[in-house]
Design a protein around this ligand. Sequence first.
Ligand SMILES: Nc1ncnc2c1ncn2[C@@H]1O[C@H](COP(=O)(O)OP(=O)(O)OP(=O)(O)O)[C@@H](O)[C@H]1O
Ligand SMILES: Nc1ncnc2c1ncn2[C@@H]1O[C@H](COP(=O)(O)OP(=O)(O)OP(=O)(O)O)[C@@H](O)[C@H]1O
Ligand SMILES: [Mg+2]
Ligand SMILES: [Mg+2]
Lengths: 259, 259
Amino acid sequence: SSIIIAVINQKGGVGKTTSAVNLSASLALKGYRALLLDLDPQGNAATSLGIDRYAEGIATSHDLLLSPQDHPQPVSLGTNKPDLYPGSVSLIRADIDLLALGERRDFVLRDALASLAPAEPYDFIIIDSPPSLGILTLNILIASHHVLIPIQCEYLALEGLTMLLETLEEIRRAHNPALSVLGCLITMSDLRTNLSQQVVADVRTHLGERVFNTMIPRTVRLSECPSHGQSIFDYDRWGAGARSYDALTREILTRLGLP
Amino acid sequence: SSIIIAVINQKGGVGKTTSAVNLSASLALKGYRALLLDLDPQGNAATSLGIDRYAEGIATSHDLLLSPQDHPQPVSLGTNKPDLYPGSVSLIRADIDLLALGERRDFVLRDALASLAPAEPYDFIIIDSPPSLGILTLNILIASHHVLIPIQCEYLALEGLTMLLETLEEIRRAHNPALSVLGCLITMSDLRTNLSQQVVADVRTHLGERVFNTMIPRTVRLSECPSHGQSIFDYDRWGAGARSYDALTREILTRLGLP
Ligand SMILES: Nc1ncnc2c1ncn2[C@@H]1O[C@H](COP(=O)(O)OP(=O)(O)OP(=O)(O)O)[C@@H](O)[C@H]1O
Ligand SMILES: Nc1ncnc2c1ncn2[C@@H]1O[C@H](COP(=O)(O)OP(=O)(O)OP(=O)(O)O)[C@@H](O)[C@H]1O
Ligand SMILES: [Mg+2]
Ligand SMILES: [Mg+2]
């Protein structure tokens, strides 16, 4: 069945959405069936792919999470493109809604994903997470097989890593022994600056093998593509941004032993 | 009594901590008594000012929030420097801890700040918020007189503004009629790019007078200073970063009718 990858980091603005969108687009481009699930109330994944999440008849990830029995259908973006459940404003209260479910609260997303019955099964489900470590994020970790951790090439981005890795360890012990760190992805690197070089060296020293060889450079094209509602592959197919997300996808497929 | 300013935006990585730290440092440098309160579990404000929040005997903002009767003392950073309550990891559960308090839950921070009895009263209390709109953030909005909204010069940063302004309106109606938008601060601007110019134009069109004239440019020095544990005023006193936060402080003081 599907490989579920959570893109997660409680530090804000590190490239979670940009990575979730472009990884799922790249996988779909290579012929894999990919689903992008945005569990951040900001809903930036939909905007990044040109979808109006408030449009008539669009089912959101909140619908999937709390009413899976209604079999809400994702937005289809076309051939060789990911399907999408946009994020919803009602996810702001997700922690409270989940808390009210008592015992089951930790497994709501896992059960909702298990109930998905697409016409053609997904090879990958990519989850964009909010910048927090609350109950919704724990739900994401319990439902996932792997996590991808974007790390912005900034000093403050290093600070929360220990807290995040400890949380993963706790989830692995208590609920999801199979949860693995697929890898840590250095984002927005600008190797002309000393700071960037220092952060890259620190991250590779502390996290070793877990850090992807591929780094995502800071490029104007990557920051522009959301305003055109396109993934980097539609917006600037052969630029540095697309090439780096393409290399990341190949590195991920190799780590997973897939063609 | 003290003027309480919340630095808030649920979008991550937009410059909340950088602005809270350097605004409180700039106010203190001008001779105002300033307190910096970090209510983000990541605790980046302490690191940015060279404080180890795990050190012996340091009272955190979680202590102030949930046990104000013990009169936890802030960290003093010295003459013409802000005092600081560092953020604490236990704030991750703050939404749940507050929820458990029932009726009082919305006013916990307001009451905790009212119980502060510093030897010398603070002119300003600057609050660094987490990237969310949960119960803790609502507490911050109910306790504050003004909000300062950092807006990163990026397309995705525009998306959540409506949600944020609607939340402010709700808080004003239900709990805190005096809550005002002190201003919206454009951060990490790089006017060499079309995107930045476009975002600045959009923000000024939509938000008009609320946008500060002062913009904070993206500078390497501002991203480096947290790694030295110094505010920009100690790290690079006359560079573009310090000059822009200095100009912001003067603009804020003018808006508040203060010298
Ligand atoms: N490699 C890159 N080069 C240039 N800009 C980038 C890059 N990656 C992301 N960005 C831009 O940086 C900003 C933050 O990225 P993004 O929104 O993906 O982070 P996030 O971790 O999802 O944020 P949040 O914590 O708010 O969910 C966005 O405006 C995005 O367009
Ligand atoms: N004007 C600037 N120029 C260059 N770098 C900046 C600037 N402002 C902030 N930064 C850097 O950008 C990153 C994000 O800023 P910061 O951490 O202050 O945002 P935040 O809104 O507090 O993030 P979070 O949502 O995680 O709390 C940090 O690494 C910071 O050092
Ligand atoms: Mg995001
Ligand atoms: Mg912050």
